[in-house]
Design a protein around this ligand. Structure first.
Ligand SMILES: *[C@@H]1O[C@H](CO)[C@@H](O)[C@H](O)[C@H]1NC(C)=O
Length: 381
């Protein structure tokens, strides 16, 4: 199954690539050819048109079939009806949508695209995130000005652990809280209380902890330089803040779920990447030295998506780079039967592997365990 899906995707990609190349050659010859006295463009050759049409038809079919998983589409007059789309491709394209998924949410999309060009954008980042979370990314809206805070301060802290974050630099309209203080009162564990954040990644209280000093020593002993990292679902960026002290640049993926996480990361002078977990990471292959998965990566992510995530992490990690699962939690039995084998398939070296029972109410009720693992990607495949 996986093989046929791969083959189909490969064919599609190859087809698109060939066509883009042909079009490129065609357009460059028409643009640069001094021998052509006629300024009107020569007609596009039939075979190119036919190929383009069949690409369109394939993409159209993929999008249509997402709505009707049975694959029944007798009315289709497209040229590609003879291609049957393998069902696993459909499953994966739904789990990890392939670019076309804006079409699947016409109401949201229509709302999002109802705006007045060249004026202020509507205040609707929640709508934008709803679309992003459904796989509609990049977002199509382009021609309006994003909102800025009314009275922003220019006194921004250099230190990512400064005593407080300037609330005036956030547009709060869509939140019930109107300041970082309010968020801290609501729940001091959200990550906006920097006095609390400064204590993180420092001490070793249990086997599940990996203080950054120790992490850096492990890397140094292995002659593995850490300069660039990624923190997946990294909240307000405290891992990045701590790593900055070691002159390591860490990017933090964030979504503004119920609070302005992206703004907070940026106000700390750190890099927020606005991407959901189910999306391909916006980084090239083999470019980062370390990837950390924090609390946001846990058993609530569907296993298939978790597998996608791990393989995408593998893609962006350089050889010899580290994957740090920081207090990943799941049911004990699933760690043994599902997640352990899944992680094992990566073939990484287990530098650290510590588990412990999760002792809070839901942990006790569901037989949950924590796993903290530091894994090193093999130097060669
Ligand atoms: C980080 O870089 C600064 C400036 O180059 C240097 O003074 C400092 O010692 C470095 N810190 C670490 C932990 O390497």
């Amino acid at each position: 199954m996986g093989f046929t899906m791969g083959l189909n995707l490969l064919l599609l990609v190859a087809m698109v690539a060939t066509n883009i190349l042909s079009l490129y050659h065609l357009s460059s010859t028409t643009l640069h050819s001094p021998t052509s006295p006629n300024p009107t463009l020569p007609p596009v050759p039939d075979h190119l048109l036919r190929q383009l049409n069949s690409i369109r038809a394939t993409i159209y079919q993929l999008t249509r079939l997402q709505h009707t998983p049975s694959g029944a589409n007798p009315a289709s007059k497209t040229t590609s009806t003879k291609h049957t789309i393998p069902p696993d491709l459909l499953l994966y394209s739904r789990l990890s949508p392939i670019a076309s998924s804006c079409n699947n949410h016409p109401e949201l999309l229509h709302k999002y695209m109802s705006y007045t060009p060249f004026s202020l954008c509507p205040l609707d980042f929640d709508l934008a995130e709803a679309l992003i979370l459904r796989g509609c990314h990049p977002l199509p809206r382009r021609r309006c000005f994003s909102r800025t805070p009314q009275k922003r301060t220019s006194l921004l802290p250099q230190n990512p652990f400064s005593s407080s974050l300037p609330s005036s630099n956030v547009v709060w309209d869509k939140y019930s809280c109107k300041s970082f203080d309010c968020l801290n009162r609501l729940n001091p564990n959200l990550g906006f209380d920097l006095a609390r954040e400064i204590t993180k990644f420092i001490s070793y209280k249990s086997e599940l902890d990996l203080p950054i000093l120790q992490l850096m020593q492990i890397a140094k002993a292995a002659k593995s330089v850490i300069r660039l990292g990624l923190d997946i679902g990294g909240g307000t960026g405290t891992f990045a803040a701590r790593m900055k002290e070691y002159n390591v640049t860490v990017m933090t993926t964030t979504m503004n779920v119920a609070a302005p996480y992206s703004e907070a990361v940026a106000l700390r002078g750190l890099v927020p990447l606005h991407v959901p977990m189910q999306q391909r990471l916006p980084l090239f292959d083999g470019v980062v030295d370390i990837v950390r998965c924090g609390h946001a990566v846990n058993r609530w992510i569907p296993v298939t998506m978790m597998e996608f995530l791990l393989y995408d992490v593998d893609r962006v990690l350089r050889e010899g780079g580290y994957l740090w699962l920081d207090q990943f939690f799941s049911k004990g039995v699933d760690l043994e039967e599902v997640y352990g084998p899944l992680i094992g398939k990566l073939g990484y070296k287990k530098v650290k592997w510590a588990t412990a029972n999760k002792m809070d109410i839901s942990g006790l009720k569901n037989g949950e365990v924590y796993l903290t693992a530091l894994l090193q990607k093999p130097v060669s495949r």
